[in-house]
Design a protein around this ligand. Structure first.
Ligand code: NOJ
Ligand code: CA
Length: 706
């Protein structure tokens, strides 16, 4: 499916060379103070090179030249400084590229187009921005610096900005990026709160979010979510991470956040590229409400259109599987008396899926390599055949007869080159057997990815978010797309919106999912999901694996969740594939709750972030794609909450039957998690519901037009 340009505005001159605004501004005192603060900090020589505003005049980016012809940009929202002057540049193999940069040309254009997602949280997305391209040449100062060239491109939207560096073709054929000097200096750093997870720690992205003053950030991963003293919400992330190292943010002098690229195996340069090339977009989303961040399509908009053609073969769907039992340790991945992936057990899951309208059955532990200490020996995995007690072909046929598809599983344990060598045959095997989604896995400590460029050669180590892995994932996606297979990566590289370009990259993990509720140490706290909505989920879909209606993990440990909250997660945490993660026998014990899991959709016409605060609560409504029903999910934290919720997202002039699945009186994840009510009411868009959430609570609603 290609982007459809519904409306094209004639290119007009950006406001690049005009004064900041044509209308008078009322300056808030705090804004003025902040402006004065950074204005005085500026070297006297700072000169404005260009300025560009968003289409609705909400955000403005100013590009300026500082002392010694260094470049900096700053961002204002309706006149309030959000990003103070922040430096741009690189440390390259042939010297720093940051001084003596001379503007040799600039151009601008406006774009307003609407494009269609083949599947997603909304069908139509408006991509409306003003773009500035500024071309720079380095003044040749000595023989070592032959006058390098670099372009800066800014796209300014009403809800955020993206900018990237473009290295045109030039004398140097190869560019070795030793570090990026991109800065993000929050104008209100001293009064800004951050929600962040640490970078470069062993457990990759699987950390609990810390909420601290910005001044206590060490090195954070992105997306990084911030709230300024004035209550503006900001997220810093990146879009289109292709053939480049993932960007982290390290707090430096003056509480400036600086890009810290993920290293590669060649420690002298995290990124090595041939010219011409572009970096990923560095993104800054800005909104008044926390919900504005979650509503924004900036990351997707900055990605390239679909590059793999028609993906109508991919069906958004729910799936069950031999999975939770493995984490409960009642079954094993390895062969033996407790082996989960047996033919008989898988048939049981296929029957359960067919009887309840679920399309997929995931089976982990189906292939040789799991026996013993599998995570220490990824080189033992065979992805081209099944264990003797698992009849792949027979099960695939059995499933097909019932309209069910097996969901594949490739756990690499980080022996990534070993996996790549088997990839064509492994995907052929799946494609032959009707497996059209594969869950991949990269379980190992951060920095321990094993790369071997030729069989028998040395094995070197890479990071999950390094340049080499960014390319690995694209190799998998391309091989999978050829065979009409979609990919759901666990322990992935972070999501940067590449599902727009590769719509077979349907989901991924990349945060603490439900599995932590099984293991504990510590389990996910009650506010975890209300934090994810405004942090991890800004990057893209997550395979969180909700629906643990038994509310217990290993050894009877309690989930920090009521029953109703497990249902709400299907709406709140978007993914086009959603696991129905609990054991079939547990669903049989909760038929009322199970009704919602059967009914809830996975593909949406529109999504509306109704309300929320980072780490406190989130309420999201979504309209089914190809239907008229709406769903709503709301999740809270460790406090009971009453949430006044106008239903203004519903269609005008229509009445709906609201099927409400809510916390019952006294619901509390610790003391009374199964207090649960299912009831119906007639409602319309002028009604306001009060959602009562218990501790660790939630609510899920299906609105069916009458
Ligand atoms: C970690 C994944 O997140 C989990 O879902 C999977 O079961 C194990 N790895 C084994 O691959
Ligand atoms: Ca994991």
């Amino acid at each position: 499916m290609r982007d459809r340009r519904l409306t094209a505005l004639p290119a007009r001159h950006a406001r690049a060379d005009r004064t900041p605004s044509r209308r008078p501004r009322t300056w808030h005192l705090s804004a003025l103070t902040a402006l004065l603060a950074f204005a005085t900090a500026l070297p006297a020589t700072a000169a404005t090179l260009a300025r560009i505003a968003s289409p609705g005049d909400v955000l403005t980016v100013t590009l300026e030249s500082q002392h010694e012809d260094r470049l900096a940009y700053r961002v204002e929202r309706k006149g309030t400084p959000v990003i103070a002057p922040s430096r741009l540049g690189f440390v390259l193999g042939d010297g720093r590229l940051e001084r003596n940069l001379e503007l040799v040309g600039q151009s601008s254009r406006s774009v307003d187009q609407t494009w269609e997602q083949p599947w997603g949280e909304r069908r139509l997305t408006r991509n409306r921005y003003n773009e500035l391209r500024a071309r720079f040449a380095e003044k040749p100062v000595d023989a070592r610096h032959p006058g390098r060239r670099i372009d800066l491109v800014f796209r300014v939207y009403d809800d955020g900005i993206g900018f990237r560096y473009e290295f045109p073709e030039q004398a140097a054929k190869e560019v070795r990026i030793r570090q990026e000097l991109t800065e993000f200096a929050l104008a209100d750093a001293a009064r800004t709160t951050a929600w962040w997870i640490p970078a470069f720690e062993w457990n990759r992205e699987e950390y609990l979010y810390s909420r601290t003053p910005l001044q206590q950030i060490g090195t954070a991963q992105t997306p990084l979510t911030l709230r300024t003293g004035d209550g503006l919400h900001v997220s810093i992330h990146e879009a289109a991470l292709v053939d480049y190292a993932g960007m982290n943010l390290a707090r430096g002098d003056g509480d400036v956040l600086r890009a810290a690229l993920t290293p590669g195996n060649d420690h002298s340069a995290p990124v090595v590229r041939a010219t011409p090339f572009t970096t990923p977009w560095r993104t800054i989303q800005v909104g008044e409400r926390a919900g504005d961040l979650a509503q924004s399509s900036l990351i997707l908009n900055l990605n390239e259109p679909n590059a793999i053609g028609d993906v109508s073969w991919f069906t958004p769907a729910k799936y069950v599987g031999v999975w939770w039992s493995l984490h409960l340790e009642t079954e094993t991945w390895g062969t033996g008396p407790k082996h989960g992936a047996t033919t008989a057990n898988t048939r049981r899951y296929i029957d359960f899926a067919a009887a309840n309208g679920f399309r997929g059955v995931l089976v982990e532990g189906w292939n040789p390599g799991w026996d013993g200490n599998w995570f220490a020996n990824g080189w033992g995995f065979d992805f081209t055949r099944a264990t003797p007690d698992f009849d792949l072909e027979g099960l695939a046929k059995y499933a097909a007869g019932k309209g069910v598809h097996l969901v594949g599983h490739h756990e690499t344990a980080c022996a990534v080159s070993h996996y790549e060598r088997q990839l064509p045959a492994a995907l052929d095997l799946y494609a032959r057997n009707g497996v059209d989604v594969v869950k991949t896995g990269y379980v190992c400590d951060a920095g321990d990815i094993q790369r071997q460029d030729r069989a028998g050669g040395p094995v070197v180590r890479e990071w999950h978010e390094g340049q080499w892995m960014s390319n690995h994932h694209l190799r998998v996606l391309e091989a999978a797309a050829k065979r009409h297979v979609a990919v759901n990566s666990h322990e992935p590289i972070k999501d940067t919106g590449l599902r727009r370009t590769y719509p077979n990259w349907v989901s991924r993990e990349g945060a603490r999912g439900m599995e932590f509720a099984a293991w504990g140490n510590p389990p996910n706290p009650p506010e975890h999901e209300a934090t994810l909505v405004f942090t991890r989920m800004l990057a893209g879909p997550m395979d969180f694996t909700p629906g643990i209606v038994s509310l217990k993990g290993r050894n009877g440990q309690l989930l920090r969740s009521t029953l109703a909250k497990q249902l709400a997660l299907y709406v709140v945490l978007y993914s086009p594939i959603q696991m129905v993660a609990d054991l079939p026998e547990h669903y049989a014990e909760h038929p009322d709750a199970f009704r919602f899991i059967q009914d809830v959709a996975v593909d949406w016409e529109e999504s509306v972030v109704v309300d929320g605060e980072v780490g406190e609560y989130a309420t999201i409504a979504r309209k089914v794609r190809g239907g008229d029903a709406w769903f709503l999910g709301s999740v809270g934290d460790d406090r009971p909450r009453s949430l006044r919720t106008p239903l203004s997202f519903l269609e005008p002039g229509r009445r709906y039957r609201a099927e409400i699945y809510r916390d019952g009186a006294g619901a509390d994840w610790e003391k009374n998690p199964f207090a649960f009510v299912r009831e119906t009411r007639e409602v319309g868009r002028d009604d306001v519901l009060t959602l009562e959430l218990g501790r660790g609570g939630g609510q899920a609603i299906r609105f069916v037009p009458l």
